[in-house]
Design a protein around this ligand. Structure first.
Ligand SMILES: Cc1ncc(COP(=O)(O)O)c(C=O)c1O
Length: 302
């Protein structure tokens, strides 16, 4: 048995014991950052969130994150209670309070707020939204490539829980992750409704075949910001890239596979369903894309 690992693993940092949290306009110590048991986020998973990363004093791709947050809030008919500038200021205020300058990760969450009664109807949330920001010192640290296991669970469909929503409720993804762990893997590889390879439970998924980069059509997965940056970088640098349907046969036979997400940028995959992918180590295309992405971050966060 290999050691348990998650794609969101970071170096131990004792400073995170003492961080300050943004909670509805206040900056409070971690131990005091508490929300009501009547909060719709706690009770029902009724909220949306964004994960952002700080490099060299700049929150990378802020516009894209704010676009996605406000789009998701509109889709679930949630009034965030702040405009874009207000959300950005909350983030900067939390950063300042924590004295963070680089290598930090923020989870910015907005729920429909505290309910008057413990039931589902959204009209029971009458006190306005609850907004919190958890900002941690964060340097991703994975001792080996990720192992995936294919699971029967799928992400929501556009007419149920749209996979493009960064919703608080992640139960289907959590069940998927548990199934993958029980199969001895780190994270779940999830297919789409037609059986094509789609996404993992927490990241977007890519394979490399004969010098080409493939990822799913995008119809059934999170519209990942890192995913789009990787596609754009491939296009700009003459690397053939395809958003297409492909199967597990194509995937097991790939030369390389990697995940994308704000937290870990590009994470190599070494094994899927007990099949070694390529050399089992990070391949040359993954390394090239990581280096192109690092350059992009250096430009974006100069
Ligand atoms: C299911 C899922 N896929 C992919 C991603 C990666 O998206 P991004 O690159 O915008 O961080 C996330 C992160 O929120 C996610 O929850």
């Amino acid at each position: 048995m290999t050691k348990k690992m998650s794609t969101h693993q970071a170096e131990e940092d004792r400073r995170n014991d003492e961080i300050l949290i943004y909670l509805n306009g206040e900056i409070v110590p971690k131990a005091e950052a508490k929300v009501s048991v009547y909060d719709s986020g706690f009770m029902l998973g009724d909220g949306v969130w964004e994960g952002l990363r700080l490099y060299n004093g700049t929150w990378a791709f802020m516009d894209e994150h704010l676009d996605r947050l406000f789009e998701a809030a509109k889709a679930i008919d949630l009034d965030i209670g702040l405009d874009r500038e207000g959300v950005e200021n909350a983030l900067l205020e939390t950063q300042k309070a924590n004295g963070m300058t680089t290598d930090a990760h923020a989870r910015l969450m907005v729920t429909r707020g505290v309910k008057t009664r413990p039931f589902q109807h959204p009209s029971l949330s009458q006190q306005g939204p609850t907004m919190t920001i958890i900002m941690e010192h964060s340097r991703p640290n994975l001792p080996r490539p990720i192992k995936l296991a294919t699971v029967p669970h799928i992400r929501g469909l556009p007419m149920s829980q749209d996979p493009k929503l960064n919703s608080h409720s992640k139960l289907n993804c959590i069940i998927a992750c548990i199934a993958a762990e029980k199969a001895g893997a780190d994270e779940a590889l999830m297919l789409d409704v037609n059986g094509f390879v789609n996404t993992t439970n927490a990241c977007n998924f890519f394979i490399v075949r004969k010098g080409e980069v493939w990822t799913s059509t995008g119809d059934y997965c999170m519209n990942g910001i890192t995913r789009q940056k990787v596609i754009d970088l491939c296009r700009e640098n003459g690397i053939p890239v395809h958003e297409r349907n492909y199967s597990l046969v194509d995937t097991y036979g790939a030369d390389e596979a990697f995940l994308t997400g704000t937290f870990g940028a590009q994470t190599p995959v070494g094994e899927i369903d007990g099949r070694q992918i390529g050399s089992g180590q990070m391949g040359p295309m993954t390394e090239r894309i990581r280096s192109l992405y690092k350059n992009l971050i250096e430009k974006e966060c100069a």
